[in-house]
Write a protein that binds this ligand. Structure first.
Ligand code: ADP
Ligand code: ZN
Length: 210
């Protein structure tokens, strides 16, 4: 199964991607996580990407397209994968088409800007392993400490309120047109994001089995 998860930043794509990984045994590929790892490692690509990410802007298409093309060549992608955070622009989606990557379904998770703004302000991520938590909705067992690895939980720079607004504006302008793109290909499924993660997961699974 080859899937794309679409949705605004903070719509919960990453969380749902993890559920799909557990159920279907296919890898989740997050361009956000790959870029953050590159920033942390201080690679050339990371240095280039960092300025865009911190400002809440998209990293240039050619950079992320290169990342995805390399990643999809790896062995674990043979039986399928979930793309989380890619594509985010029409040229990125077109690059997948041009590379003959045959996507089965595109699941769009719909959440209002208002709900997203509220969620993002409480989001915390592990500085070591990038696991994601929330002050209200997904608390770690110990405040400020990652359940998985014991790392410190921090707020991502791009989750700061003014950056969140910039990311939402960019989403509406650059990424939302992908809904029509994939609708035209007959691949789009829309899921209304629910307040409870598990309720959204049930809708996502139902959409995949359909
Ligand atoms: P979220 O889904 O919460 O917005 P991500 O972790 O997916 O965050 O992405 C974080 C940042 O990484 C984005 O704001 C953007 O700067 C960059 N990024 C991730 N994926 C892409 C992409 N496909 N195209 C361009 N930039 C990207
Ligand atoms: Zn951790």
């Amino acid at each position: 199964m080859k899937l794309i998860l679409l949705g605004a930043p903070g719509a919960g794509k990453g969380t749902q991607a993890e559920k799909i990984v557990d159920k279907y045994g296919i890898p989740a590929i997050s361009t956000g996580n790959i870029l953050r790892a590159a920033v942390k490692d201080g690679t050339e690509m990371g240095l280039k990407a960092k300025q865009y990410m911190d400002a809440g802007q998209l990293v240039p298409d050619e950079v992320v397209i290169g990342i995805i093309k390399d990643r999809l060549k790896e062995d674990d992608c043979k039986n399928g994968f979930i793309l989380d955070g890619f594509p985010r622009t029409i040229p990125q989606a077109q690059a997948l088409e041009d590379a003959n990557v045959d996507i089965d379904k595109v699941v769009d998770i719909e959440v209002s800007d208002e709900a997203i703004t509220k969620r993002m302000s409480g989001r915390r991520v592990c500085a070591k392993c990038a696991n994601s938590y929330h002050l209200e909705y997904k608390k770690p067992q110990t405040d400020g400490v990652c359940d998985a690895c014991g790392g410190e939980l921090i707020q991502r720079k791009d989750d700061a309120p003014e950056t969140v607004q910039a990311r939402l504006a960019e989403y509406h302008e650059m990424t939302e047109p992908l809904k029509d793109f994939y609708k035209g290909l007959g691949k789009l499924v829309i899921v209304e994001g629910q307040e409870e993660v598990a309720d959204t997961t049930a809708l996502v699974f139902a959409a995949l089995e359909d």
